[in-house]
Design a protein around this ligand. Sequence first.
Ligand code: SAH
Length: 202
Amino acid sequence: MVELQLRSRDVADERVLAAMERVPRELFVPDSLRDRAYDDAALPIGGGQTISQPYMVARICEALALRGDERVLDVGSGSGYQAAVLAELAAEVDTIERMPELAELARANLLAAGYDRVRVHTGDGSRGLSERAPFDAIAVAAAAPELPQTLYEQLEPRGRLVVPVGRRGIQRLEVITRSPEGPAVIRSVPCRFVPLVGEEGF
Ligand code: SAH
């Protein structure tokens, strides 16, 4: 997976590649799909949701440019996989999921894989997680119609937010840095994520 799907497609951050080598993805997919855990694809996890394609997880992590001492918010826990990779890259990870049964799934998967430091919350992550803000980095694994303002406001100065922005079905991964002049936005790769459903989502 790391060589064929990530390195060959220009994921260059060695910390991200090493983190993705360490996290056992098979522990985050349903038992019936275990033999496809390292496919180059998103896979169903229940509730009409998916565990993201490994390449997109790597892109998001790389765009956050983590060094190890950050506090990170992961919006859209799903299987918990992205949160586990982030836990390899940063000091503290909070993850929030709107569907209670998926929050429970993420909690169980993270525990089984040994990531008991990750805090799993249930609620509308389109409004962030005010009781734990501000964050050095925020990763969103669901598509927003526009930049979610509250998430931006929960960033530390120079903090980074990575979020797919666009229409249902097709988006672009946006990398937003908080700066005194306002959001500095870089548009990255095209992508297709499930919708962010909530007050500042669809
Ligand atoms: N990071 C996950 C990807 C899951 S797909 C993984 O690695 O498996 C995106 C997830 O975002 C879904 O589980 C969906 O239920 C959740 N989601 C959608 N809108 C949300 C919102 N407003 N707040 C929190 N989670 C949300």
